[in-house]
Each structure stands twice: as structure tokens, then as C-alpha cells.
Design a protein around this ligand. Structure first.
Ligand code: KG4
Ligand code: ZN
Length: 360
């Protein structure tokens, strides 16, 4: 069993996962109210909240897995994993330092993992929290196409193995979740915006407003995303795109925005499936909890779709423990002087890899 600690943004989370698959416990302490009035995450406030929450969150995760926090090895704990990249430096430092200290004190191996690789790994867990091995869905075989949609990143990649993400495309401006959060701020419906817009959209009509789609279909842009034009259209140019006769309700605006936002994801996923011939698709990151994205992915013909349950799509310690198990099983632990990295270049810029180069 591995303890996984996640603190890259505004969620303090810890989880115990057995054999990289079975989620024995998962505790997530959010900070929604702290950041709500700023319509986004305030890094300094996030770090401070992590400092306060980390010890009780880890304690609870261990206890719920039947492990005594003061004698973890006797309880079956074999190692500690923590996210150290990418994310907010101060937030990452809290979880990473706690994980190293705890592992050191307990005489356990430690590994630092990549947050986005962990989101891609979540599909391998394929289980509800507390489910037994028998109840878990079989994990997807590698390679699979993975769409990673969160508040900070939008990445289309081929997951070739637990530690190898070959980036096909990324956003050229805003992240998908960031667009949800900005539209929610505009509608005055709070932070984080994704879940609220998702609920509002279900009661609206997307035909009320046909928002512009970016023209990114040429050549090496086939896998890229752009959300800033869509956000601008919603916030500043609704008149230009509104369909006469429809009431201008929050529900209708949310539905039109969500249709355009998810159309873009589906379009990219279809390109990747067609070009690579890989017929397994997984999703991860907060927006993978979105009801429209989930049902549209599931409806893809001729494709096996692996969606983690919503709790394992948003930031969580279980994906960290799961991928951490894979590293530690191969003796690939990290050094005690491992630090944090705020940005990963290949996740920010659009990818240059062509599917021909993925070996698929
Ligand atoms: O992966 P995540 O928990 O944190 C980051 O790594 O950023 O993703 C958070 C993002 C936020 O932008 C949030 O608004 C969005 O995921 N989100 C959703 C939904 N639930 C969370 N977006 C759309 N629909 C949802 N149901
Ligand atoms: Zn995330």
C-alpha cells in the first residue's frame, strides 16, 4: 500500500492505494470559500491552507485505510508518493515536504510524481473509493489516447506507459477548466465554475447562442485547443452570437458555452483516434467530471472509453498513490533533495509530436 499526497493547487488530498489499483481511502480538503471571492486561486492563501490541512488530512487517510499513522509499516504501508510538478510552487512544497518528512521518519521509500501523469493514471484505478479488487473495472491497456482537461492544463496525449505521456497537442491560450471558471465569474455563479456551469447547462438550450469555434484544423494544429476566443465571446460579444427569440438566461448561456467547449474536446479526440488508430480513450482532470463530456465520450463509436469516477478526475491523492506504486515497485524512488517544478514546458506549448512518431 502506498500513501499519495496531492497539494499542487487548492485541494489538500491524501489517499492510500493498494497495488496501484484499489483505493482504500481518499480524503480531499478543498479551499473553495477561501478563493471564491477572488474568482480564482490565490497562491499565498492556498499554501497557508495546505499547511493547516495537510497533517489532519494524511492522518485521516491512513486511519480510514486501517493504518496507525505512528506505526505505518506495521499496518502495511510500503512507501509515500507526492506531487512535485507542475503547479503552484508554494502549494507543491507543502505536500512534498510533508511526504518526505513522513517517509524519512517511517523509514519508507519516497517518490515525487508528475501531476498530469497522475491524472492520466487515474483511468488505471478504474474503481470507486472503497471498492474491492473484484469490483474494479479492468484497466485500459497501453497505449491509450488521454484527454487531460483541468483548471491549469488542456493536453491531448498518448499515454504509452504509466510514466510516458507523448503530448500531441495543448491549449494555445487558456485551459478548458479556466474558461469554465471565467464564464462562471461572469455569470456571478462562483468558483470553481465547472460544476455550476455543468448543472446550469443541463437546464438550458445550446441553440440559444451559437458561439464561435476556433479554426485550428490545419496541419500541426490538429490537436490543439483555444479557449480565450470562446471566453471573450461569452463575456463581451453575446449580442453578436445570440439567436433571436431565446431568453437570455444563465442556463442558456451556460448551455451554449458548454456545447462549444466540449465540441472542441470531442473534435480533437476524434482527430487523435482517426490518425493514430488507437481505439482506447481515457480522460482525466477536473473537467473530465463534466456530464456532457462524459456522455459524449461514452457515445464514441468503435472506441473503448475509460473514465475515472468524478472524484478521481478532480485533484486527488489516489492517482498520486497509484502511479507512485508503479515507480516504487521498480525501485525508481526519488532523492531526498528533490524539489518542486512549477511548469513543464511540453505541457504549456503546443506539442510537435506527430502520431507517426508515437510508435502506435
Ligand atoms: O484537475 P483539477 O481538479 O485541478 C487542476 O489541476 O486544475 O481541475 C479543476 C478544474 C476547475 O477549472 C473546475 O472548474 C473544473 O476542473 N471542473 C469542471 C467540473 N468539475 C470541475 N469543469 C466542468 N464540469 C465539471 N463538472
Ligand atoms: Zn489537476
Amino acid at each position: 500500500m502506498i500513501l499519495g499526497i496531492e497539494s499542487s493547487c487548492d485541494e489538500t488530498s491524501a489517499s492510500v492505494v493498494q497495488e496501484g489499483r484499489i483505493v482504500r481511502s481518499l480524503v480531499v480538503a478543498g479551499q473553495g470559500e477561501i478563493h471564491a471571492r477572488y474568482h480564482g486561486v490565490v497562491p499565498e492563501a492556498a499554501s497557508r491552507a495546505h499547511v493547516e490541512q495537510i497533517a489532519p488530512v494524511v492522518r485521516q487517510a491512513l486511519e480510514e485505510a486501517g493504518i496507525d499513522p505512528s506505526a505505518p509499516t506495521a499496518g502495511g504501508l510500503g512507501g509515500v508518493a507526492a506531487t512535485n510538478r507542475p503547479g503552484l510552487s508554494g502549494s507543491l512544497a507543502v505536500g512534498l515536504s510533508f511526504a518526505k518528512s513522513y517517509a524519512w521518519a517511517a523509514g519508507l521509500p519516497f517518490v515525487a510524481v508528475d501531476h498530469m501523469a497522475a491524472h492520466a493514471y487515474a483511468a488505471q484505478l478504474g474503481t470507486e473509493v472503497g471498492a474491492s479488487e473484484a469490483e474494479t473495472a479492468p484497466p485500459p491497456d497501453y497505449p491509450y489516447i488521454v484527454i487531460l482537461v483541468s483548471g491549469g492544463h488542456t493536453i491531448l496525449a498518448v499515454s504509452k506507459d504509466y510514466d510516458t505521456l507523448e503530448v500531441l497537442g495543448t491549449t494555445i491560450d487558456d485551459a478548458c477548466g479556466e474558461a469554465y471558471d471565467k464564464v462562471s465569474a461572469f455569470l456571478g455563479t462562483g468558483y470553481p465554475g465547472g460544476p455550476v456551469i455543468d448543472r446550469l447547462a443541463a437546464r438550458g438550450d445550446p441553440r440559444a447562442c451559437v458561439l464561435p469555434r476556433p479554426r485550428l484544423n490545419r496541419n500541426d494544429n490538429r490537436y490543439d485547443f483555444s479557449y480565450s476566443g470562446l471566453k471573450t465571446a461569452v463575456v463581451h460579444q453575446l449580442d453578436r452570437f445570440w439567436t433571436e427569440g431565446y431568453p437570455r438566461t444563465r442556463e442558456n448561456i451556460a448551455a451554449a458555452f458548454q456545447k462549444a467547449a466540449i465540441d472542441m474536446v470531442m473534435d480533437r479526440v476524434r482527430n487523435a483516434v482517426d490518425d493514430t488508430g488507437i481505439r482506447r480513450v481515457a480522460a482525466g482532470g477536473g473537467v473530465a467530471a463534466n456530464s456532457s463530456l462524459r456522455s459524449r465520450l461514452r457515445a464514441l463509436e468503435g472506441v473503448i472509453v475509460h473514465l475515472p469516477p468524478p472524484l478521481l478526475c478532480v485533484d486527488n491523492g489516489a492517482m498520486v498513490a497509484g502511479i507512485g506504486y508503479r515507480y516504487l515497485r521498480e525501485g525508481r524512488g526519488s532523492d531526498w533533495d528533490t524539489g518542486v517544478t512549477a511548469r513543464i514546458e511540453s505541457f504549456r506549448r503546443r506539442g510537435r509530436a506527430h502520431p507517426r512518431d508515437t510508435g502506435a
